[in-house]
Design a protein around this ligand. Structure first.
Ligand code: ATP
Length: 677
């Protein structure tokens, strides 16, 4: 009962039941995925392959899924490859006996390091045949590369890459035609792309998740000699999506799914302290009237929008028995009579940044509160004036290994939501109920822990007054949230219409600032000759997995900031744009240097306009001719967003949404104006 292709041939003849899955089998699937842009076909390839893994070697399912989504572990584990192009080129050169200069030249010509690796390998005589790679072997090898530290770490990373590359494609005899970007032997290509952080398959994590649900439901049905119904498939997809949003850890979910079956997964995998969930996000609005239109006929509440850093606080009391033993090792900081962790907006562990919060935590937890997950904002606090300080103050705090005695900028935690309490997830309760539980379970302590200030008035005047008050209290504006009914539940990882943000300077701008990735820079002129004077920024398109240029920016930087940015950026310079940068070609539009896609900056803009020079949103049907992208007019740098990774930047779709919204309110403001650098 092999999973057969349409032609009835077993697609993976080398792979026997119980044996480690050959990496080549996964690469074959990747190659098929790369040949199409159709999501349904991509999903079919993935689910067919995952089903095969389930049938033959289920113990490899976890590493297979991880390699498919270009991750080694859950985000909160903090395991990152962090390998730049130069290290990869060195490894390609050394493993194939080609000089670095030749590799660099190839990279200039081909533009895709993955293909450079394939080409390099094809010129090498095969003296002996290393053992073919397996999925678990590749995962282990990559993990070793990511976690090596201490003296000589760089050298050992290069060794690790060399080892993988030497064994890559060993089962594929003969030369490789690298002019065929798609298809063909490809282990070296995908290993290198994995190291670079972009497989470039157009394979979104969500697609893998849905494919996984389809695979397991089909596998379970085949064990009973049946075929799953559409209802079963839809149910399985919905279960897996919900479970993953509450417990984003394949390490926990996949073994549970294999053991207990997909339909029972919710009984075994629930939100739990120790595993951070992706926070609920808000939609921007441009005016209070827009809020009233949205919530017409519904009750809502307004809260101050504090300007600090999002902090998800997890806690389990030591006497919580099973709950404590279930919570993962990340929740290991001892606090009072429990253990706790603090996670950032993108699930990084912030516990070492905020030991001052952890040490006081037990004082605000009431006696019968045994375990919880809180959604909060940590905000800089003026101890003398007893008030909130602007975000800039918080920025000056050290990011790691903070010692309590060295803390100069004190923080106050403002809690605005409760997701888990005393062994139970409460995300499905209404916001009113969650807020009541929050207030019942904690006590406020001035300057240390507070509930977000809220106001339940529904009239435009009340909201305007509350917005003014929030600004006076050094907040950024308001969050307006649905208060009652099922729609007011907490929606992890969603940018929801049930939460709206109104920022204080909305009325003069486009509604929201953007978080953009720095792709390139121009050398400074005049006073700025020793630093970069202007930069090329991009938004992220998760569908195509590309960065689409959106503006040049040279305003909003102090001299000191420019120096700092130059220091950080000059070490990630690359020779040419990555193949996944969507940008204009032609000399006059090229920046002087290109960068790895690492830094995200918050940027404000006067408005958005269409421009043939930029690519943002060009696949979102904003320009009928399909030639123009969206660009920012008069962009202004606000700050570096350390808490966002490049693929968490503002998406092309969001930029397009902002553009459309603006278009429906105002008429076009004339041609695109680049920043005045
Ligand atoms: P987004 O999170 O929407 O992508 P962002 O990270 O740029 O955008 P903002 O647009 O400033 O952040 O708004 C959302 C953030 O506001 C939240 O992530 C949270 O950190 C912060 N915040 C402050 N006060 C509240 C509150 N009362 N309720 C929810 N979030 C709040």
């Amino acid at each position: 009962q092999a999973v057969l292709t349409a032609k009835g041939k077993d697609p993976y003849p080398d792979w026997k039941p119980g044996e480690p899955v050959p990496y080549a089998a996964l690469c074959k699937t990747f190659s098929l995925v790369e040949l199409t842009t159709k999501r349904l076909i991509i999903m079919e390839h993935c689910s067919l392959f995952l089903r095969q893994v389930l049938r033959l070697t289920p113990e490899d399912l976890l590493s297979t899924v991880l390699l498919m989504i270009n991750k080694l572990a859950p985000d909160y584990a903090g395991i990152e490859l962090g390998i730049g192009e130069s290290l990869i080129m060195k490894a390609i050169g050394e493993s194939t006996g080609r000089s670095l200069a030749v590799i660099k030249q190839d990279q200039k010509e081909i533009g895709d390091l993955g293909l450079v690796a394939v080409k390099s390998r094809s010129t090498q005589p095969t003296m002996f045949k290393p053992k073919p790679l397996t999925i678990r072997g590749v995962h282990k090898g990559l993990m070793g590369i990511a976690t090596v530290s201490g003296n000589g770490a760089q050298g050992r990373k290069v060794d690790g890459i060399k080892k993988l590359l030497s064994a890559a494609d060993s089962a594929t005899p003969g030369k490789v035609d690298i002019t065929k970007d798609k298809g063909g032997p490809s282990e070296a290509k995908y290993i290198v792309r994995f190291l670079e952080g972009k497989l470039r398959l157009g394979l979104a994590e969500r697609t893998v998740l849905v494919s996984l649900a389809q695979a397991i439901v089909a596998h379970e049905a085949s064990l009973n000699n049946t075929v799953p119904s559409t209802t079963d498939i839809e149910k399985a997809e919905s279960i897996l999506k919900t479970v993953y949003s509450e417990l984003p850890s394949y390490d926990v979910i996949i073994p549970a799914m294999v053991e207990h079956g997909i339909m029972n997964l919710r009984d075994h995998c629930k939100l739990r302290p120790g595993v951070p969930l992706k926070p609920m996000l808000a939609k921007p609005t441009k005016a209070i009237t827009e809020v009233l239109d949205r919530f017409e006929g519904q009750t809502f509440t307004c809260e101050y929008k504090y300007d600090g850093e999002r902090a998800q606080i997890h806690y389990v009391a030591k006497d919580a028995g099973e709950e404590l033993s279930q919570s993962l090792p990340s929740a290991t900081q001892e606090v009072g009579r429990g253990v706790a962790s603090i996670f950032s907006r993108n699930s990084e562990d912030l516990s070492k940044k905020y030991p001052d919060i952890l040490v006081k935590l037990h004082t605000w937890v009431k006696e019968d509160t045994h375990s919880f997950v809180l959604d909060c904002e940590s905000v800089a606090w003026d101890v003398t004036e007893k008030k909130v300080l602007p975000f800039q103050q918080l920025m000056t705090r050290k990011k790691k290994d903070v010692k309590i005695e060295d803390v100069k900028v004190k923080v106050c935690v403002f809690a605005f939501d409760l997701l888990y309490l005393n062994g139970e997830s409460v995300v499905e309760k209404s916001l009113r109920e969650r807020r009541e539980l929050l207030h019942k379970s904690f006590r406020t302590i001035e300057g240390e822990f507070s509930f977000a200030t809220s106001m339940d008035g529904q009239e435009i005047d009340d909201i305007q007054t509350f917005l003014d008050e929030s600004v006076k209290a050094s907040c950024e504006g308001l969050m307006v949230k649905m208060l009652d009914g099922t729609e007011s539940g907490y929606e992890p990882s969603k940018r929801s219409r049930n939460w709206l943000k109104i920022k204080k300077d909305y009325l003069s701008g486009i509604g929201d600032s953007l978080d953009l990735v720095v792709l390139g820079a121009y050398y400074g002129k005049g006073k700025r000759t020793s630093v970069y004077g202007a930069f090329l920024l991009a938004c992220y398109n998760p569908t195509t997995d590309t960065y689409e240029t959106v503006c040049n920016i040279g305003t909003g930087f102090s001299e000191a900031v420019l120096e700092e940015l130059h220091k950080d950026l000059s070490v990630i310079v690359i020779d040419r744009p990555k193949p996944f940068y969507a940008h204009s070609v032609g000399n006059q539009h090229q920046p002087d240097v290109w960068f790895e896609p690492r830094y995200v900056w918050e940027v404000k803009t006067a408005d958005l306009t269409l421009s043939p020079r930029y690519k943002a949103g060009s696949k979102e049907n904003v320009d009928p001719s399909g030639e123009k992208g969206i660009s920012l007019r008069f962009p202004r740098f606000i700050k570096v967003r350390d808490d966002k990774k490049a693929d968490e930047a503002t998406s092309s779709r969001q930029v397009a949404e902002m553009y459309r919204k603006q278009e429906s309110v105002t008429k076009s403001k004339g041609p695109s104006v680049d920043d005045d650098f």
